[in-house]
Ligand binder design. Structure first.
Ligand code: NAP
Length: 478
């Protein structure tokens, strides 16, 4: 008996209980309980799903007015079932219930924004007669769907990051083939059941479950896939882009987000926010607050306040209402992060709290001070419950340390000086610069994405829909 009963994977409007490779168990990272049994697909399943999506595109049988209705009703139905979805998220990803509820609420908003954008998506008038050659011509543009969208999603936001792909694709009029992360397919399949029940015509939403390394290539390189939206690690993401150079391969990847706390900034507010921003879902967020640069003048006060709050976090079972931090997605990740902490300590860093693993396998929230810029805790994406503290004297120095990264998703700065805020906005080479906010803050309607190794696109329904449609010029001459 599994915790969730899943009818299978959705291909061409049919629920298939098994894939080419049979079925696979989804187990809870915290205690190994069996969450669900899902199909394990292979390349023939990819072929069927893409073919179903291509035929849906050709049939063109999901008009905009129906797509808007489905998106709006999905938002409402998700809202009614937030608790059910939060439980699925918590079981399959070990995201504590209080955080999982937040994700479910955000997915409601993502669908609502996509529906609103679907209502207003329009081309524009082109002033053809502004040159002599255009005299007498009338020109306008249409926004046409780019074609079949392949969506590949990661484990850490198993519902809302699926929503950020499926909702804009449907709004744009693109059929989708979704492959959720193998560790966390349950939320995605429950969402697909909901959309299917609301009348999405067959072929417009296909969900295949299976290992990325088995089905990923077949999906991304398929001739009938026009657009790939991938969220996950930089290594996999950039390798997919290299395999499909003629396609639009849009990447949302990792980061090691910096936060600067100036002496004139509200360090006490920062100390309240970092325990959530650095340790929520045990640091497994692409914009988890990781590298904190704090001005010498406020460093002692800030550090004391931060460490006190981090030590007070409640660890344990994600299903327990009190839990703030639970286990990482796998034991290998726990071992990896512990090794990175040891490496920093060997290089001279000091562990101010945490560092050890509890009896039930949870890595204690860890604050490390004085890690050299060369160690992995500073250079790589930790994706674990660790925040590094580095003291500085000059604002320019902090800006340059924050920029010293191959990643560039979001950065945060606490300052009460408008001049410094604007200086930071110009100097920090990131997809987003957040003033008096941690870099971990994301609103679902904002343009969200990174530069450098962090990716090459912006999500948020309005922006994703632009990416998933193409401009077609229409020129009329009487
Ligand atoms: P991952 O290992 O890269 O996996 C992401 C997805 O890619 C999964 O569905 C995975 O399938 C699939 N995949 C793996 N190998 C593949 C291949 N060769 N071809 C095609 N697909 C393949 O990442 P993750 O561990 O799930 O997620 C963590 C990463 O995502 C972190 O780096 C994090 O920063 C990033 N992230 C970025 C954002 C953002 O918006 N920028 C948001 C959230 C997370 P399997 O599960 O079957 O392996």
């Amino acid at each position: 008996m599994t915790l969730f009963q899943i009818p299978g994977m959705l291909v061409d409007g049919e629920w298939l209980p098994t894939g080419e490779k049979g079925t696979a168990e989804v187990t809870a990272p915290y205690d190994g309980s069996v969450v669900a049994r899902v199909p394990a697909s292979g390349t023939r399943d990819v072929e069927r799903a893409v073919s179903a999506a291509r035929q849906a595109l050709e049939r063109d049988d999901f008009p905009r007015v129906d797509r808007i209705r489905v998106l709006e009703q999905t938002a409402a139905a998700l809202n009614d079932r937030r608790e059910h979805f939060a439980r699925a998220i918590a079981y399959e990803s070990a995201k504590p219930m209080k955080t999982a509820r937040g994700e479910a609420t955000r997915a409601v908003e993502t669908f609502a924004f996509a529906a609103a954008e679907a209502r207003r998506l329009a081309g524009e008038v082109v002033p053809m007669d502004a040159t002599p050659a255009g005299a007498g011509k009338v020109g306008f543009t249409l926004r046409v769907p780019v074609g079949v969208v392949a969506a590949i999603s990661p484990f850490n936001f198993p519902l809302n990051l699926v929503a950020h792909k499926v909702a804009p694709a449907l709004a744009a009029g693109c059929p989708v083939v979704l492959k959720p992360a193998s560790q966390t397919p349950v939320s995605a399949l429950l969402l697909a059941e909901l959309l299917d029940g609301l009348g999405v015509p067959r072929g417009w939403l296909n969900v295949i479950t299976g290992s990325g390394s088995t089905v990923g290539d077949a999906l991304v390189t398929h001739d009938d896939v026009a657009y790939v939206t991938f969220t996950g690690s930089a290594e996999v993401g950039w390798s997919l882009a290299a395999k499909a150079p003629r396609k639009k391969v849009r990447l949302e990847l990792g980061s090691n987000s910096p936060l600067i706390i100036e002496a004139d900034g509200d360090w006490a507010r920062a100390a309240e926010k970092v325990p959530v921003a650095g340790f929520s879902h045990a640091g497994q967020s692409c914009i988890s607050t990781q590298r904190v640069y704090v001005h010498e003048d406020v460093a002692d006060d800030f550090t004391e306040a931060l460490v006190g709050r981090v030590e007070a976090l409640t660890l344990g079972d994600p299903m327990d209402e009190k839990t703030d931090v639970s286990s990482l997605i796998s034991e290998e990740d726990t071992t990896r992060v512990a090794e990175w902490i040891d490496e920093a300590v060997s290089a001279g860093a000091k562990v101010l709290c945490g560092g050890a693993v509890t009896a039930d396998g949870v890595l204690r929230p860890t604050v490390v001070e004085g890690a050299p810029a060369t160690v992995r805790l500073q250079r790589e994406e930790i994706f674990g419950p660790v925040v590094t503290l580095t003291r500085y004297e000059a604002f320019d120095e902090a800006l340059s340390m924050a920029n010293d990264s191959r990643y560039g998703l979001q950065a945060g700065v606490f300052t009460s000086d408008l001049g410094k805020a604007l200086q930071a906005a110009r100097a920090l080479r990131f997809g987003g610069v957040l003033i008096n906010e941690v870099p971990t803050a994301r609103l679902d309607q904002q343009p969200y994405g990174g530069v450098r190794d962090s990716g090459n696109t912006r999500e948020g329904p309005a922006y994703a829909i632009q990416e998933m449609t193409e401009i077609r010029l229409v020129s009329l001459e009487p």
